[in-house]
Design a protein around this ligand. Sequence first.
Ligand code: QUE
Length: 339
Amino acid sequence: MSETKLAEPTVLAEVTGCAGRLVLNRPKALNALDLDMIRVLTEKLEAWAQDDAVRLVIIEGSGGRAFCAGGDVRVIRDNVLRGDAAASEAFFASEYRLNRIIAEYPKPYVALIDGISMGGGMGLSIHGSHRVVTEHAVMAMPETAIALFPDVGASYFLPRLPGKLGLYLALTGARISAGDAIYAGLATHYVPRAALETLKAGLARSGITALDLLAYSPPASLLARDRAAIDDCFTSDSVPEILAKLEDRGDAWAVEQLETLSRRSPTSLCVTFELLRRGATMTLSECLAMELKLTRKMILHPDFAEGVRAQVVEKTRDPKWRPATVAEVDRAAILAMFE
Ligand code: QUE
């Protein structure tokens, strides 16, 4: 008889005391989300919403490096290259539905962000009531680097950050630290890694008061230091205008931002600018519906397969975008993506 090794479950779920605990468990893929994980998370959250024994939910990542690095964009790219873009529809639709369930969750939902949280990982945390960051937290919405756009409700939550921080994070894909996340309002609590076990035990024993009673002061924010420059340059009517303001400014910070933006997909930059402009006055549900429509168009744009190849699959970091510059992007083509 052949030996079959049982695969580890990719989501661990158990009730400890009064806490429903979810652990994203694909540490080698930095806990990147696939459709099966989304299904399990959705089922558990729906069951625990009805279960009086569960007073709150805790979600975290395994492996010590990541909360969740995003969605499984390799699979989506493979689907597109096989000519089966429709296979990805179920992924995005289920992911965004889960984001809405988290946003509307009737009990405290505590995300423990003790490592990388990007893209889809932000969607599993930001919409919840309590977002705890440790000194190892790194947050980003890096989708313009793979020619997608900030999704999972980012068109709702990013325009609502202070000043132009949301547009800055969306266009550049800047990685921010725990202090920045608290400053921007993306995180609600700072707790050092060394105190997480105590926090979890307290939550399981006494409920959400265990978190409210903790008081650690967060580290300083670099984003706070750059805030005036960010608001100045990113308050613009278009992406070309932002680039012009950065060029005029010309200091070391501005040159660094220009260099970063020059490596992002020009099409993605223009779509993302329009997305956040529209999202600013829409509800979360409307934003998620807009994003779902947009994914259908964006994954078919040649920049997407190229971006995932260069950043995730081959890691050559040399994407060849078409068009290659923001100046060459046709505004009518961008607006057509939203139809
Ligand atoms: C930009 C992104 C993503 C990225 C890299 C970028 C992204 C994403 C992943 C990722 C990471 C680990 C995996 C995986 C995908 O990388 O959204 O399958 O195991 O999910 O530069 O937007």
